[in-house]
Design a binder for this molecule. Structure first.
Ligand SMILES: [Zn+2]
Length: 180
């Protein structure tokens, strides 16, 4: 074999080896795993994506779910980008079809009424869903001299009732006590 032919064969061999390595590196069998991991993470929020907010209340343990309109600011974001926008709210599940977010709140959920003694009055409050704030829904006058020390203490901390009827019947008991 001529010297020149040997060189040509050697170059062809090297080129074939390089081409083989390139094909192997890009073959689906080898890079497939990486691609699969990426697919689940490349879903984006669309205008039609459903948004479910879950509010978890610490003191009563209730969770209240509410379907909301997807904020325009969230449209087009992937999971990681959404996480960066949310702050204290966590992502419970994420897909292009539906996003479930959970917000944990101190206090009682709006299904309860919390009553506080403020001077000579009992003020009834209910939580505003999802905000961590309360609205005053009713105020009753109360003969404070008829309250026991333990009741005063409980009412200063906030006494929990299931309904306004329960609050009224509690006040009636105290008023009756004064007339006995
Ligand atoms: Zn509750």
């Amino acid at each position: 074999m001529k010297k020149k032919t040997k060189w040509v064969l050697a170059i062809i061999f090297v080129l074939c080896w390089a081409a083989g390595m390139f094909v192997a590196a890009n073959s689906p069998e080898i890079s497939g795993q990486v691609e699969a991991a990426q697919v689940t993470d490349t879903e984006f929020i669309a205008l039609t994506s459903k948004l479910i907010m879950c509010y978890e209340y610490k003191l009563c343990g209730h969770t209240i779910k509410e379907e909301q309109e997807m904020p325009a600011d969230y449209v087009g974001l992937d999971k990681q980008e959404l996480r960066e926008q949310l702050g204290a709210v966590s992502i419970t599940s994420f897909s292009a079809k539906e996003v479930v977010l959970t917000k944990r709140l101190d206090g009682y959920c709006p299904e309860h009424l919390v009553v506080y003694l403020e001077g000579e009055q009992l003020c009834v409050y209910r939580a505003l869903l999802g905000s961590g704030e309360n609205e005053q829904i009713e105020v009753f006058d109360i003969p404070q001299q008829e309250l026991w020390a333990a009741e005063i203490y409980a009412l200063q901390q906030g006494k929990v009732f299931g309904s306004i009827a329960e609050v009224r019947s509690y006040i009636k008991q105290i008023q009756i006590r004064g007339k006995q």
